[in-house]
Design a protein around this ligand. Sequence first.
Ligand code: FAD
Length: 360
Amino acid sequence: MANVIVVAGAGVSGLTSALLLSKNKDNVVTVVAKHMPGDYDIEYASPWAGANVLPMASEENSRWERRTWPELKRLTEDVPEAGIHFQKARVFRRKKDESAPGVHVADPLFSANPWYQSVLPDYRELGPNEVIPGHDSGCEFTSLCINTAIYLPWLVGQCLKNGVVFKRAVLTDIRDAKGLSHTGLPARIIVNATALGSLKLGGVKDETMMPARGQVVVVRNEYHPMIATSGTDDGATEMTYIMTRAAGGGTILGGTYDVGNWESVPDPNVAVRIMKRAVDVAPGLTGGKGIEELSVIRQGVGLRPYRRDGVRIEAEEVEGGDGEAKLIVVHNYGHAGWGYQGSYGCAERVVELVEGIVRG
Ligand code: FAD
């Protein structure tokens, strides 16, 4: 008998979960979502991401990122139409950020001797003459950058090829997904990949979910390598990073990491500071000139789905709500700023949980 599964959410978490689940022909998968690839909306984080791989987890929580890298690497090498390219990444550290509360949104990235040096290729500490002014040390490694405008539709295409059916729906309760399988049969398993939606979604209402607002400026100017710095002098919520997307996707200048801020409109003052910092750390972006040489494609704001206690990936039995059999909800939400770089590791866990449920 087929396993009727409904995945709620069509961001990178829902799509990757649907893709891996659909590889097993016993699974019949429907994806339902308020927003789909092609939409740009403040309630939909995935299109706004850079997206690159700059590991953020501590070593004990590194499973998701460790398990994702080999698959993203394979796609970059063998599947050009996925819209990913390899890029060197340079990470610069300032001693003063080590003890500055709130500045470090991603401490392990800036550790000396980080766990990821054995995962990401070509890791090396930079020599003193390679460290940019105002910074004390740095490292370099091979990473990659995903053009999300290509990659998300590519994921949809891979799912369609495996028989996944997509539907628009706005859920008020996660249990409503039970009746939305394209088969007409009641779903036995629901995957909850609704990210920030889980804050208000009936049957979940996870009040530890909150936005980590990220403001970016996307420009036509190109720059290599990708850059991230450990802090700025513009306040605890501001960051500096630069990444040029694959296949003409523009260069993302970031940014901010502002937990609890729901504002959807870009702040023009923040945008100017982002551009100034970018030109400071990477003068080559504008040929040594000022921010007036940046050719802006757009400004944007995305809300990273931040969860106070970290990502939630677990199975939960919930009442069917109609006197019928209980439903199993497999949660996969709360990825904050690492949804892409952890996507395959998390989706692989979703598959393990679903297989465990099916086996009884
Ligand atoms: P989302 O993309 O938000 O998708 C949620 C889905 O659930 C949507 O389809 C939505 O419509 C649906 N949904 C929600 N509620 C309901 C409902 N009630 N009914 C029906 N559907 C519903 N990550 C990286 O790995 N690398 C990066 O470099 C990176 N850079 C980033 C830069 C910025 C500026 C931002 C904002 C994020 C960045 N991220 C990065 C983080 C990444 O974007 C997120 O972790 C990831 O997109 C989360 O994906 P998701 O599928 O869980 O959520």
